[in-house]
Design a protein. Structure first.
Length: 463
């Protein structure tokens, strides 16, 4: 249900120093999407469409990335990284209205919309000034500790660097996710001090200014986990990947050794597809039903038709396979290639910007670039389309029913007519008319007995 009266602040202005990267932290990709995509998507799924993202470090790149996925996002710049309370002040500068405010971090991609909805309902039921999410750990991470006054009420939150030994033993920690009355927030935030070991303005200090501060404990500890370094990034990636893979398995996809199969967020897979280990499905790929993808394959932004068989170690990029196509093993389909129904691309065959027609086959060791191959065509072993003259690309056309023998070079631009036959070892520089036989190779000469003479000259000896 849309919560039109709620505004969300997403804090994404940090310097990301522990990532040791030139890239802004929330732009690091997980399963094909930047980190910040996931909390923003959770907000939208919770029905929250008024969103203010607080930006700072490398804000231009961050804003550009967010705009690829979301519309109507408001950006609030934080001039200096002075702490979470200062970041919220930057958000308030762009905030209009008196409605409640939800505050989350941009580096927490496991946060679920269901949990946000529960927090909002909890906040409204208690008519709280501020409500926050907590989680309990056997060994707490370096998060602020929750000091309670009673059932569901909070007295204060102590950041770990400022906590006493006794306070560090507390198992319940703050998730950094808040729902706040805007009137309370505007007043209380002015009183927050930076007198602490980090000399920062902590948003957690808001709790100290209210007698109506409530805590909602989630049972899903991973949900509150934020990314600070590359180790955290991998932990998050593995969990998101597990969620994606489980979704596909529940939808009827067989994943053999699913822990070693890598599927991006936007990939579509129909039921009765089987995927073997160490396969990567990237971008906006779609795999249709009854397809088999063997081990070590890489498929990116491609559409694979029904009943296809992608054999081991094949690479398919920005290409389309129609029904019942076989590819590989160890084939490479480069961008803008199309393989029509029942065609076969065999081992060590490379296609680039090429259409291979229905029931045609290029079984082994060939390069077909900038070509249109018709239906029922045989491409022999070692065939090459010579498509580049050093200045520009040229097209080769092989019409329906043609036969191209082994070790043929088609020097583009060139056209092979219907049912034409090109003899093995030919270099074709002119068009071949329909039904013609083309042979373009030097005449063979046999010199009687010369092999024996050659061996003497070269110093060969019988063994």
């Amino acid at each position: 249900m849309p919560r039109k009266q709620l505004t969300a602040f997403v804090l994404a202005a940090g310097l990301s120093t522990r990532m040791k990267s030139e890239k802004q932290k929330t732009l690091h990709e997980v399963c094909g999407r930047p980190l910040i995509f996931y909390p923003l998507k959770a907000l939208q799924d919770a029905g929250i469409h008024k969103i203010i993202v607080v930006v700072g470090h490398k804000k231009e790149e961050l804003q550009s990335s967010i705009k690829k996925y979301f519309k109507n996002i408001i950006f609030a710049p934080q001039k200096k990284a002075l702490g979470t309370a200062d970041a919220v002040k930057a958000g308030l500068a762009k905030f209009k209205g008196e409605n409640d405010i939800l505050i989350i971090n941009g580096d927490a991609p496991l946060l679920r919309h269901e949990t946000l909805e529960k927090l909002i309902s909890f906040h409204e039921e208690n008519r709280a000034d501020i409500s926050l999410i907590s989680a309990e750990f056997k060994t707490p991470p370096a998060y602020g500790r929750i000091i309670r006054t009673g059932h569901n009420k909070v007295f204060k939150i102590v950041e770990e660097k400022d906590a006493s030994i006794e306070e560090k033993h507390i198992k319940e920690v703050n998730a950094g996710i808040y729902c706040v009355k805007s009137s309370f927030l505007k007043h209380a935030i002015k009183n927050i001090s930076n007198k602490n070991k980090k000399n920062e303005f902590y948003l957690t200090d808001l709790v100290s200014f209210s007698e109506e501060a409530y805590v909602y404990k989630t049972s899903n500890n991973l949900e509150i986990f934020g990314v600070n370094d590359r180790k955290d990034l991998e932990l998050i990636r593995s969990q998101i990947q597990k969620n994606i893979n489980e979704k596909h398995m529940l939808n009827g996809v067989t994943l053999i050794n699913s822990e070693n199969i890598y599927i991006d967020n936007d990939v579509e897979i129909e039921n009765d597809v089987t995927i073997h280990p160490n396969t990567h499905l990237k971008g906006k790929s779609k795999i249709s039903k009854n397809t088999i993808v063997e081990s070590h394959c890489f498929i990116e932004n491609s559409e694979i038709g029904e009943g296809c068989h992608i054999k081991q170690s094949s690479v398919i990029e920005e290409s389309t396979l129609k029904k019942n196509v076989t590819v590989g093993p160890m084939a490479h389909l480069r961008p803008l290639s199309i393989v029509e129904e029942n065609a076969r691309v065999g081992n060590f065959v490379e296609l680039k910007k090429t259409t291979l027609g229905k029931n045609s086959k290029a079984n082994h060791l060939s390069y077909l670039g900038d070509a249109h191959i018709g239906a029922h065509v045989n491409i022999g072993c070692g065939v090459i389309t010579c498509n580049y003259d050093g200045f520009q690309k040229h097209k080769s056309t092989v019409s329906d029913g043609a036969f191209i023998g082994s070790d043929v070079q088609l020097v583009a631009p060139v056209k092979i007519g219907k049912n034409a036959y090109v003899g093995s070892g030919s270099t074709i520089t002119k068009n071949v008319p329909e039904n013609d036989l083309a042979i373009a190779r030097t005449r063979q000469t046999n010199i009687k007995g010369y092999a024996k003479t050659l061996k003497k000259i070269k110093g060969f000896q019988k063994k």
